[in-house]
Design a protein around this ligand. Sequence first.
Ligand SMILES: [Mn+2]
Length: 324
Amino acid sequence: MPRVKILFHDNCFDGAASASLFSRFYASRIDPEASFAFSGKAHGAGDVYGQDSFDGDVNAVVDFRYSSNPRLEWWFDHHVSGFPTPADEAHFRKEPRPHQFYDPKARSCAKFLAETCARTFGWDYSPYAELVRWADLIDGAQFESPRAAVELAEPALQLMTWVENNHEDDLKLRFIDELTRRPLAEIAEEPYIVSALTPILERHKGSVGVIRARARYESGVVDFDVSGDGVDIYNKFIPYYLFPDCHYVVGVSLSKTRAKVSVGSNPWRPERRTANIAQICERYGGGGHPVVGAVSLRTDELERAKEVAGEIAVELRRAAAGEP
Ligand SMILES: [Mn+2]
């Protein structure tokens, strides 16, 4: 039985949803005998696909960057920075392989993948419509309000928070499997989710307090540095909850593995999003989407991260000055 290796965007609801959907699609339309292996990928500089990334009989990447490796057969992505190098993009455009799909205008990979597989391979994804809808809302940051995004009353948003925080590989696999087997509200009540979420939600409340204390609002841009506060992961909507009128947000944080500059624009004021954040972050070796992106550096480059954040904040204040 062929082993299908699925590489997906790690610690991301859309990445987990895309991985789950791809496995159901593959089993239903391509090969019911296939077995699946999953591996999460995190953004970083250089070639993130190591020697043994594509060691399945069939290899797929969902919600993550392209590789020209001939062993990569299936690819679905919507990241604007989906091509690590111009040579990669040229490779993709010159000889598009039949199972590789890219649309930087898609709000989520999950919906892009579901619709592409429905159109191209006659896949019926209606049993997973709820998952697709939520992945699209979450990845497109289409929450009805900053309050909904920060207070996390919806089961899907609790699961989003869980997946962003979970680092246990066996639970990642269980979660990916359950996403397309059970309603989201039921998964959110599972003890493995609830027990992990309770302290996360406590910390979440704490990080709202830390960001409130560190954030500085000036000329349309909120900037904050929580690298000294032990807050390495936080809900990216907190700054908009605290400053609903801001245009852009630039944050610096420090985890065990990286110093990170996170950059975003106000999802509830789309008419103001004139700066291309992916392009700005790419200039510093990072990437993302036009409306949200990040620059990841080594932990010993924290001072550099602070400098980068300062430069980006200046640039975004200039952009904000010209926005409604
Ligand atoms: Mn995505």
